[in-house]
Design a protein around this ligand. Structure first.
Ligand code: SF4
Length: 372
């Protein structure tokens, strides 16, 4: 039997145009990302269009920084024109959380440690109850309460494992807030305990899941640029998700939103937690290379991942091995010199000259793709 408690189910969204989303228990693990620029000065309708594209890529929730009342008002306006469940990220000013709950914002992320007195947190919880808004208690390794930070320092000075000590402090910080929410009889919330270390992330979420059944939002904070961030997130999430810990994930990257979503869906897919969709297999290229695999993948990746098809696409570097190695693929492409071949389950179905560049080969590939 597992050491870890099965998380309870919560539902968020469902107000106005916003899609309802279940998180926890047996609901699919959802994918989140965070908008990378200020709301103030942006065109709400442009953002709504981009949110639709993110949804096609597999994104379930998007969080926005709300540092001032103008941002709170714009987030409420955005929630009127998109079906994507939106999350307000609030620090310090509890009144901004209240303002966001005047609109159809699905969830508020607060760090109770910087919101201030219990009265203010209680006011946020009360309004969340009244407006059926979910909350996330987000505690961070970098902003632990002073007494817990002192305990961590003592543990380090005593030669104890720093990741264990910090993870324990994160769980203690989260536990205090969970107990306060429990006293207020509020149940529609998630918890996140974020650190930039993989081990600290794993230890803290393991320890929490042994004690509580609140849904966990997994994330490695300040994970770094694309490669480092994907590596850290993959290690942390796969260790936790494969043992049933974690109900929603955000891959945090110094990179674009699309790559955060694609990385998250690949992790979920490889952990067996997300079925279907487009799977891209592509070769690394070698000295036999006769086709620009890297260029093709980078031109087509987003479009392929946005398709509502359950298929495998192979992009291979050479005619010698490509169709054979891509036998399992529903559609594949490879080339040799002045010709590109498109194949299905290893059988060549089309040959296209490359003399006019990519346009003709890309068009032919699109036509074959549409037949699937
Ligand atoms: S498919 Fe061809 S080019 Fe690609 S790695 Fe294999 S042998 Fe090399």
């Amino acid at each position: 039997m597992s050491d870890f408690l099965k998380s309870r189910l919560i539902t968020l969204g469902g107000k106005g145009k916003t899609r309802a989303l279940s998180i926890g228990a047996d609901a699919p693990v959802s994918i989140q990302t965070m908008w990378k620029s200020p709301l103030v000065g942006a065109d709400i309708h442009d953002i709504a269009r981009k949110l639709s594209l993110l949804e096609q890529l597999g994104c379930d929730i998007v969080r926005f920084a709300v540092p001032d009342s103008a941002s709170a008002s714009l987030l409420c306006q955005l929630a009127e024109v998109t079906s994507m469940p939106l999350v307000a990220d609030i620090h310090f000013d509890w009144r901004l959380a209240l303002a966001c709950m005047d609109g159809n914002v699905a969830k508020i992320r607060i760090n109770p440690g910087n919101i201030g007195s219990e009265d203010r947190i209680a006011a946020v919880v009360k309004k969340a109850q009244d407006t059926h808004t979910a909350l996330r208690i987000g505690v961070n390794s970098g902003s632990l309460p002073k007494d817990l930070q002192a305990r961590v320092n003592d543990a380090i000075n005593a030669g104890k494992d720093i990741n264990q000590a910090r993870a324990h402090a994160l769980v203690e910080a989260a536990s205090r807030e969970v107990e306060f929410f429990d006293q207020l009889s509020f149940t529609t919330f998630l918890v996140s305990m974020k650190a930039s270390s993989v081990q600290e992330t794993v230890y803290s979420n393991e320890e929490f899941a042994r004690k509580f059944n609140h849904p966990l939002h997994l994330g490695v904070t300040e994970a770094g640029p694309l490669i480092a961030g994907v590596v850290k997130s993959t290690l942390a999430f796969s260790s936790l998700l494969t043992r049933g810990i974690g109900s929603t994930v955000r891959v945090s990257l110094s990179d674009n939103l699309e790559n955060e979503v694609i990385a998250a869906r690949e992790i979920l897919s490889e952990c067996g937690l997300r079925k279907g969709g487009v799977r891209i297999v592509s070769c690394p290229r070698c000295g036999r290379d006769g086709f620009d695999v890297h260029g093709f993948v980078s031109r087509w990746q987003r479009e392929l991942y946005s398709l509502n098809k359950n298929i495998t696409v192979a992009v291979m570097g050479c005619i010698v091995n490509g169709p054979g190695e891509g036998k399992h693929a529903d559609i594949g492409i490879t080339g040799a010199g002045s010709e590109v071949v498109i194949f299905r389950h290893g059988e060549i179905v089309r040959r296209v000259s490359t003399k006019d560049g990519y346009t003709e080969t890309d068009n032919a590939f699109r036509q074959e793709l549409e037949k699937l």
